[in-house]
Design a protein. Structure first.
Length: 613
């Protein structure tokens, strides 16, 4: 049975809050609320949807004591704080969830999990506590109107319209079915969003992460949310999630949000971090003050009961953590730490409190990728206060399973969060290509249930003919589990993606490579890469990444590599002084291409380049 708690809040304290917010001034310069990329802690990686008040306070206390002086300020309660019986890292099903909702169809915090919210106080006592530490408070919400408000025909505050008059079942979230879409054109739609943000403003909210908003891209609800925040008169930073946000929506995103996701959820998996290089480079031209492309959270430190991590520390090596922090710094991504801060070790805190690195993150300009060749990547940025430049170099050396230097296609993570549980693939083959490699790697949560299908894999010839890949015999093939199937899944059943059965395709599993010889005059490869239903029906879920190459991807160099930095290409014609920012060390004077730091496998270096005095 569902439990719906309806609060009738008429206490003097709440009336005073309402009076305090009666004189609203429309706030339009929302970019001024986040002139530097936001930095803080979010409960998602560590606690999934089940964080409780004491855990939030413990992380806030730690931030105030150890991190606040370095610019860390936001404390964000992530998803499903309104579910009374949410106790694990995975979502309770909708019909097995006890939702807490007020008389106007607005979610309220669970009193069991957030005791200070008793008597309709909402998150105001918790926000007050966090503000008393000199920090800022944020929450996560889902796009839309609660189904419980629709089912019970609850009124929209300040109107005579009911929740069942503003919704649509179209575009319902595919991975969490708590809400329905709000239809912009319907009377009461804007008023509903106004009502929830008025309540959040009365609580003292400083930050809101709105999920299921930017993939697919919900233009109407984004604009309603922007308007609702502005009409409160309170500066509330807006974060849109998840990714990948469509790159062609950069103008709209910049015009409505303070940050938006560039990829799906990032976990402590090198393949996903390696893929982030591509997305950061793609989004770098659209970095601007107050509007930040967001490469997602920092899955570092210790996780307690997260969706994909329970009672363990990050799987990232120290070198990989340097890479994560260096790329996020040069990309100027918002920094939201995901682990349980009180469990931080000395190394983790060192990464979070390096003032020289954090100054690059907050102040640098003209940030961009400089080069990407043979798994060696460079980024540059300028110091706005001098002629100095910042240079980061990375030894990416593959995604941990295969080399990524010659890939023609990467899907990024495909999971049950992906629309259609898959991605269309359309790849132009380089002229003269003789080989084709179909690659499936794990998407970041281990290899269990990573059943993947290549549907209708087709080679297009330059004369217009088409060749079914399933009619050819592969040269070599292996998979991390099971037996690769032709026109059947890796488990021997039908090829089935989200209930759709296909006759033609290849069933496999991460980690797999299937190598074919190409027919002469091959020019294009098309397919649909998706998750087989066997994996997605299991509650453990599955996450994979599809990749295409025409060169052998198994050849990788895992040795430390010297990476020459062409100082003349950076505009330095004479001698340069170089400082290692991670190690707080002056390295000496160099010119031309003399400077070639040796970077560990999956590691990074970050340097300030100055004209020698």
């Amino acid at each position: 049975m569902k439990l719906i708690s309806v609060f009738k809040v008429f206490t003097l304290a709440m009336l005073l809050v309402a009076c305090g917010n009666s004189k609203k001034q429309k706030q339009t310069d929302f970019k001024s609320w986040a002139l530097t990329p936001p930095m803080g802690w979010n409960s998602w990686d560590c606690f999934g949807p089940s964080v409780v008040e004491d855990e939030v306070k413990a992380n806030a206390d730690y931030m105030a004591k150890h991190l606040k002086d370095y610019g860390w300020e936001y404390v964000v309660v992530d998803i499903r704080w309104y579910a009374d019986n949410q106790i694990s890292g995975h979502y309770n099903k909708h019909d097995q969830t006890d939702f807490i909702i007020d008389e106007y169809g607005r979610y309220m915090p669970s009193i069991k999990r957030f005791p200070s919210s008793i008597n309709g106080a909402g998150f105001k006592p918790l926000a007050d506590y966090i503000h008393s530490l000199g920090l800022k408070f944020g929450i996560h919400i889902m796009r839309g109107v609660p189904k419980e408000a629709v089912f019970n025909k609850l009124p929209i505050k300040g109107t005579n319209i009911m929740a069942d008059q503003i919704y649509s079942t179209e575009y319902e979230c595919t991975w969490l079915q708590d809400n329905y879409t709000v239809v912009k054109e319907k009377p009461g739609a804007q008023e509903y969003y106004n009502s929830i943000f008025d309540m959040y403003a009365s609580w003292g909210l400083d930050f809101v992460k709105v999920d299921d908003l930017s993939r697919p891209y919900h233009t109407d609800e984004i604009e309603m949310i922007r308007k609702a925040i502005d009409q409160t008169g309170r500066p509330i930073v807006l974060s849109m999630s998840p990714g990948a946000t469509p790159i062609d929506e950069h103008n709209h995103a910049t015009g409505n949000a303070n940050m938006w996701r560039t990829i799906d959820d990032l976990w402590d998996n090198w393949a996903q971090l390696n893929y982030s290089f591509e997305k950061c480079a793609e989004w770098a031209p659209y970095i601007s003050a107050g509007a930040w492309p967001d490469a997602d959270m920092l899955p570092m430190g210790k996780f307690i009961r997260g969706e994909r991590a329970t009672n363990r520390y990050t799987k990232f090596t120290k070198d990989e953590q340097y890479t994560l922090m260096t790329l996020w710094t040069m990309f100027k991504s918002p920094l939201m730490f995901g682990g349980n801060l009180p469990d931080n070790d000395e190394f983790t805190n060192m990464l979070l409190t390096n003032k020289e690195v954090l100054e690059v993150h907050s102040k640098s300009i003209n940030n961009k990728q400089w080069f990407d060749e043979d798994d060696i990547i460079g980024w540059t940025a300028d110091d706005p206060d001098s002629d100095d430049k910042f240079v980061a170099v990375f030894n990416s050396a593959g995604d941990g399973f295969v080399s990524t230097k010659s890939l023609l296609y990467r899907s990024g993570t495909v999971s049950h969060l992906t629309d259609g549980f898959g991605e269309d693939i359309d790849v132009e083959l380089p002229e003269g290509s003789t080989d084709l490699y179909l690659i499936v790697n794990d998407g970041g949560d281990g290899y269990s249930w990573d059943h993947a299908n290549w549907i209708n894999p087709t080679i297009h010839l330059d004369n217009g003919d088409k060749v079914k890949l399933t009619d050819l015999t592969w040269e070599e093939a292996f998979t991390g589990w099971g037996t690769i199937g032709i026109n059947k899944s890796v488990s021997g059943g039908q090829l089935n993606i989200k209930g759709m059965v296909y006759d033609n395709g290849i069933g496999t599993h991460s980690q797999s490579i299937i190598h074919y010889k190409l027919p002469e005059n091959s020019k294009q490869f098309t397919a649909f890469g998706g998750l087989d239903i066997v994996g997605t029906n299991d509650k453990s879920g599955s996450t994979v990444e599809f990749m295409i190459s025409t060169e052998d991807p198994k050849i990788m160099n895992e040795d430390p590599t010297a990476i020459p930095v062409d100082l003349e290409a950076l505009g330095f014609t004479g001698a340069c002084a170089i400082r290692d920012l991670w190690n707080h060390k002056d390295l000496g004077t160099y010119s031309g291409s003399d400077f070639a730091p040796t970077i560990n496998y999956h590691g990074a270096g970050l340097y300030r380049i100055s004209k020698a005095k």
